[in-house]
Design a binder for this molecule. Structure first.
Ligand code: OGA
Ligand code: ZN
Length: 376
């Protein structure tokens, strides 16, 4: 590593890459307890009060630390790797969250972990979350099949997302239900609750308490893998699916919930952000006729791919299994069953991504970063 400084910039050359660091950018990252609170790690001053004509007076590398003084009297030692990591767009955005592995029905070994008591701070939770971010789902085996045990488990990761259905829901056949899920019919691939604001629930958990029927298989599809397939092979359909804004609505005797969004939503960088697919509750607005014709063609393609054996995996949940999945990336469903054969009872609830993101970053620091440091 080489550095070269002038009063208004610091140039760093590292592994054939050149970086140019701004004095204010450096100054507002100054480590040390004069600048950062030692308990909370939060900045103790207003960074906009830093002089706009701030200059670097000295800069050198000492024992793998970058030692800098500024002309306002502030000085300190930086961990150079931490600074350079911020230049890596990917790392800066995702941090230690693993990269997605898109999958189709060739996926034969499903990500799964064995339940452990008080798992939240253990390495097994770190592995669980890694798999969840890679595959968009993970099966947790042998979670005690007790009423509401799921809530205890999920709360150990973060606060359960409460909705108008309550903290949790029971999926079993019921007389006069408010949702088709509560009849023993097949549920084709769908995402849950696209009608919620500000967004559909991020993560869904389904805990199998009883599955005594011969049908009632669970299905999953990687919506982002299907989107990628369409993007490569049917660009016109992709355009329509990512640009057409739909309305989603739920109503029962107490409430009418409504929100809008594309069937495939992209973020500002064109990366996949969220899929929505719930044909029981979606409504396309009366846009231009030609656009609508294209949209219907694209939607048919999408629906066919979502239910095709090329993309869908099918398996049976056993008593004690918890299926945890990303409701913004995966579609889920189930095959029909005969309620006269026996009981089928799943308990479900939702969680937001900040809980899993945050827990994974915390466990990464604990087991990987600090783990290495403690190692020597
Ligand atoms: C649901 C649902 C799946 C199942 O309740 O939204 O998708 O296996 N249930 O019953
Ligand atoms: Zn569902």
């Amino acid at each position: 590593m080489k550095i070269q400084f002038s009063s208004d910039s610091l140039k760093v050359t590292h592994q054939n890459n050149d970086y140019e660091l701004h004095p204010i950018w450096l100054r507002e990252r100054l480590p040390g307890y004069d600048y950062v609170d030692k308990d909370t790690n939060q900045r103790l001053y207003e960074p906009s009060s830093i002089k706009l004509d701030l200059q670097i007076t000295t800069a050198k590398i000492l024992e793998e630390k970058l030692d800098i003084e500024f002309n306002d009297g502030a000085k300190g030692k930086y961990n150079i790797q931490d600074l350079l990591t911020e230049f890596d767009n990917d790392k800066n955005k995702r941090g230690p969250l693993p990269k997605r592995l898109l999958w189709n029905s060739d996926l034969k070994v499903f990500p799964s972990v064995e339940f452990e008591e008080n798992m939240a701070e253990k390495k097994s939770m770190y592995r669980l979350l890694e798999d969840f971010y890679k595959y968009g789902f993970v099966i947790i085996k042998n979670v005690p099949a007790k009423n509401q045990y799921l809530l205890k488990f999920v709360r150990s990761i973060g606060p359960v997302k409460v909705t108008n259905f309550g903290e949790y829901f029971d999926v079993m056949s019921k007389p006069k239900p408010n949702d088709l899920a509560y009849k023993p019919i097949a549920l084709p691939p769908h995402t849950d609750n696209p009608y919620r604001k500000p967004a559909a629930p991020g993560i869904q958990f389904l805990h199998c308490l009883k599955n005594e029927v011969s049908g009632g298989y669970s299905t999953l599809v990687d919506g982002f893998a299907v989107a990628e397939y369409i993007k490569i092979n049917y660009p016109e359909a992709f355009e329509s699916l990512t640009k057409t804004n739909l309305r989603y609505q739920f109503q029962d005797k107490d409430i009418i919930l409504e929100n809008w969004g594309e069937l495939i939503e992209l973020d500002k960088e064109g990366d996949y952000k969220q899929v929505r697919y719930s044909t029981r509750v979606d409504y396309v607005p009366p846009i231009d006729r030609k656009k609508l014709t294209n949209f219907y063609k694209a939607r048919k393609l999408l629906g066919d791919l979502y239910s095709s054996s090329d993309f869908e995996i099918k398996f049976k949940l056993k008593t004690g299994d918890v299926m945890m999945f990303d409701n913004h990336r995966l579609l889920h469903g189930r095959t029909a069953y005969d309620a006269n054969e026996g009981a089928r009872h799943l308990q479900g609830c939702y969680l937001d991504f900040d809980s899993t993101d945050g827990k994974l970053r915390h466990l990464y620091k604990k087991y990987v970063q600090d783990g290495f440091k403690n190692f020597g």
